[in-house]
Design a protein around this ligand. Structure first.
Ligand code: ZN
Length: 79
């Protein structure tokens, strides 16, 4: 009854290159922010799946743990 698959998925997720967390914010035109995560395909996903990312700029994510910001594709997958 090994559950190693979950661990594998976790390590594949891209993290902040500075503080290594997978928790970010995105902003919309009005300046509202939403907490998101980035999956292993470098796609931005809302933490709360019922929320919509419509209107949010997904080209830049802001790290919640430090001052890093950048495109989801520039996140680190090397841990
Ligand atoms: Zn960070």
């Amino acid at each position: 009854m090994s559950k190693n698959t979950n661990e594998k998925l976790k390590t594949k997720k891209p993290n902040c290159p500075q503080c290594k967390i997978n928790c970010f914010r995105v902003l919309n035109e009005k300046g509202d922010s939403m907490v998101v995560t980035v999956n292993e395909n470098f796609e931005v996903e809302p933490i709360h799946t019922e929320e919509s990312l419509e209107g949010f700029d997904l080209s830049i994510v802001y790290c919640l743990g430090c001052s890093w910001k950048g495109s989801p594709k520039s996140l680190s997958t090397k841990h």
